[in-house]
Design a protein around this ligand. Structure first.
Ligand code: DGJ
Length: 721
């Protein structure tokens, strides 16, 4: 038996183990099939009894008698589509980065299965890596054309999963701009269910993270990719459920020349008994094996952003007055948003001209130094993948734009895209943004992307390759920029939340979660995001009331309570704050900083149901369980006799905790002491929270309360007794 920690090859069996799961594959006469994926088996005796009449292939092919969605779609130059990729060998190999694409890191070895289609000499490699402590397995699939003629790839799976049973549900996270990642559950019945994005990005509409689940059995899948994606699930009469995830085959047709390879985006898969556990595995995995660099575990600064305070209407004086208050209230980073460059006085012009709008800023280098002199870090907004036709860049280089000859381009937010599939355009974007960073010594970059892709065209590449070539171009730029500026904190933003995916998180440890900052909506947006992504990746800001997106009003306390579930910021005209509000915000920031390690990097559990129901919220527990913070949210006031309760989670059931809550002005009010067991198992009454909001000031608000749990030491407990 060939064996490396976590990976075993025994005759025709291949075993991958993580701390709590086992995945067993078998070479069954040339086809590799799933025998087992589930809770860890420490003994594999009898595994052959789990072989199956109806094989559960790791990759279904066309023309082999498979009557469901085939994972791999290949067209040969004679027009035929049949492949018969047969198992050739298995090897344990050193872990390798995927060429041209972002991927996970931190493993030493992988299991590689190799397949050959004898007539065409097409080779397939499926490489599995087990991430032990996260209970995640990553799968990287690639194809190599060993023949003499080009081969056309119509669909290349990142992963195919096949499980026994056909009573699963398919869970997806869907929405739109300002309403991202609402959880949906679809019963998998007859026919296919599809979760897909074809807008050129991972999208606001359908996140690539999905699950299939039934009681006691959950499989979670995500893709390390930011472009078009598709996940298809399908059950059959033989009692199997199949999931295939990868790049969307929409407008995909890749010419694989002789001697060339194609690398599919990495897929990551987790098995757990419950949806919450699967989600915790995924989040642990993202924190450890996706987010990287200096900011991986480093406390993220509390920022102030001028967007909702000023939109395009600002000058240096206004920015400096905002920065004064930002420093006074204890913020650490000031972010200058859209409007500082070119002739950018509105969203009709200027994109592409990454030069100072000197009349407004007085020079970004000078402005940045003045902001730093106030004790703040300086960050700046860019939207590098776009151009306005009213810009010097477009006038000089119209050929850089993504346009189809002789066709009017589709404009969104008055802008068109740059053709990042073209290496020359990649070079321009890289140099322009590097210059901006150097000019103002930026310590933070907000990388925006405010439209979807429509006019895909590049004269030098095949049209079926465009979407993916764009992504490769983008990743190339990001790879170089992040390597050149390792200290800069990058935050990805695609109109807020339009590219919340593992691909972007490989370069940018944070993502602006949504443009919707309404606390009530943020509860479900953040809970849906937390299904797959840890809170340290989620930008969450307190903004003004009535809220600019929804017109709802909520107390400042509630807005903070919700935002402290992610990386805190304020997006607000701070110069208009009353003294009382300023004090309240200063205390919020000071509280957040005191508990920042816990809030940003602790283990976060969701409470209640953020998508429907009477209550929701979170509890974040420190690794040693000595401290926890919970925010409970009651979306609407119910009649007085209606009791709302919760069980907390993740606490040390053997310990006793001092329980307090934060009142409206930031004082910690002691409630008493309670055992971890009682807090986790008992129903803690929450409807008293209704008393917290001044309903004369805020009509129909949401109700929240922040609780702090601190372990009482055994010694102190004894003294008290
Ligand atoms: C969309 C972003 O999500 C906003 O925060 C802001 O940066 C605007 N773009 C600026 O145009």
């Amino acid at each position: 038996m060939l064996e490396v920690f976590m990976l075993k090859i025994k005759e025709n069996y291949f075993i991958l183990e993580t701390e709590h799961t086992s995945l067993v594959l078998k070479n069954d006469g040339g086809e590799v099939v799933y025998l087992y994926y589930g809770e860890k088996l420490n003994n594999y005796c009898g595994i052959e009894l789990y072989e199956d009449g109806w094989k559960s292939s790791i990759l279904s092919q066309c023309g082999t008698g498979n009557h469901r969605e085939p994972a791999l779609g290949v067209r040969f130059s004679d027009g035929s589509r049949k492949t018969n990729l047969k198992f050739h060998r298995a090897r344990i190999v050193p872990f390798e980065k995927i060429e041209g694409l972002p991927c996970s890191y931190g493993a030493e070895k992988s299991l590689r299965l190799e397949f050959i289609d004898a007539p065409s000499k097409l080779k397939l490699y499926v490489t599995y890596t087990a991430y032990e402590e996260s209970d995640v397995v990553s799968v990287a699939t690639s194809l190599y054309n060993g023949g003499k003629k080009p081969v056309y790839l119509e669909s290349v799976p990142s992963v195919q999963l096949e499980v026994r049973g056909r009573d699963f549900s398919f869970i997806t996270f869907d929405g739109d701009w300002a309403s991202e990642r609402r959880r949906h559950e679809h019963k998998i019945g007859v026919g296919k269910l599809v979760n897909e994005s074809i807008v050129g990005s991972s999208s606001h509409h359908h996140n690539p993270f999905t699950l299939i689940e039934r009681a006691g059995e959950v499989y979670a899948v995500n893709l390390v990719y930011s472009g078009n994606h598709r996940t298809v699930v399908e059950s059959n009469d033989a009692g199997k459920t199949r999931l295939i995830a990868g790049i969307s085959p929409y407008a995909f047709d890749w010419e694989l020349l002789p001697g060339a390879s194609f690398f599919a985006p990495e897929a990551v898969v987790a098995y757990a008994a419950t949806e919450e556990e699967a989600s915790l595995c995924m989040r642990r995995f993202v924190s450890e094996h996706i987010v990287r660099g200096k900011w991986k575990k480093k406390p993220r600064p509390v920022l102030v952003n001028n967007w909702e305070a000023t939109y395009f209407d600002f000058n240096a004086e206004k920015i400096l007055s905002l920065a004064d208050v930002a420093a006074e209230i204890g913020a650490e980073l000031f972010v200058l948003d859209d409007g500082w460059f070119g002739a950018r006085d509105d969203d009709f012009r200027g994109l592409g001209d990454w030069e100072d709008h000197v009349e407004k800023t007085g020079g970004i280098g000078i402005l940045a130094d003045k902001i730093r002199a106030k004790g703040l870090k300086f960050g700046i907004w860019v939207e590098p993948e776009m151009v306005n036709e009213d810009s010097d860049l477009y006038r000089k280089h119209p050929e850089y734009a993504m346009k189809i000859p002789r066709r009017e381009p589709t404009r969104m937010r008055n802008q068109i895209m740059l053709n990042l599939a073209d290496p020359q355009v990649q070079g321009f974007v890289y140099r322009a943004i590097a210059r901006v960073i150097e000019q103002c010594k930026a310590q933070y970059i907000k990388w925006d992307y405010n439209r979807t892709m429509t006019d895909c065209f590049d004269k030098s590449s095949h049209s079926g390759e465009y979407y993916h070539r764009y992504m490769l171009g983008l990743y190339n730029v990001l790879e170089k920029l992040t390597a050149r500026f390792p200290n800069v904190l990058f935050e990805s933003c695609a109109s807020g939340g339009g590219r919340f995916d593992l691909g972007m998180l490989c370069y940018m440890p944070q993502t602006w979660t949504s443009d919707n900052t309404d606390a009530r909506d943020r509860v479900y947006i953040q809970a849906g995001t937390a299904a797959a992504y840890p809170q340290s990746t989620m930008g969450a800001h307190v903004s003004i009331c009535p809220n600019h997106q929804t017109q709802n009003s909520n107390s400042l306390e509630t807005r903070f309570d919700v935002a402290c579930g992610g990386v805190l910021g304020y997006e607000y005209d701070l110069t208009k704050l009353t003294d009382a509000e300023k004090k309240e915000i200063s205390e919020q920031i000071s509280f957040y900083k005191t508990h920042r390690e816990l809030l940003q990097f602790g283990t976060q559990y969701m409470l209640g149901n953020a998508f429907e129901g009477d209550m929701s919220g979170f509890i974040t527990v420190s690794p040693d369980k000595s401290k926890a913070i919970s925010v409970v949210c009651l979306p609407f006031r119910r009649v007085w006799y209606h009791t709302v309760c919760t069980k907390f989670q993740g606490l040390d059931e053997k310990a006793v905790y001092a329980v307090s809550y934060r009142d409206a002005v930031g004082n910690l009010v002691k409630l008493g002491e309670a055992s971890g067991a009682l807090l986790c198992k008992g129903q803690f009454r929450l409807d008293t929270v209704y008393d917290t909001v001044d309903t004369k000031r805020y009509s129909n608000p949401m109700y929240t309360r922040l609780y702090l749990f601190e372990k009482v030491s055994a010694k102190r407990r004894k003294t008290n007794e």
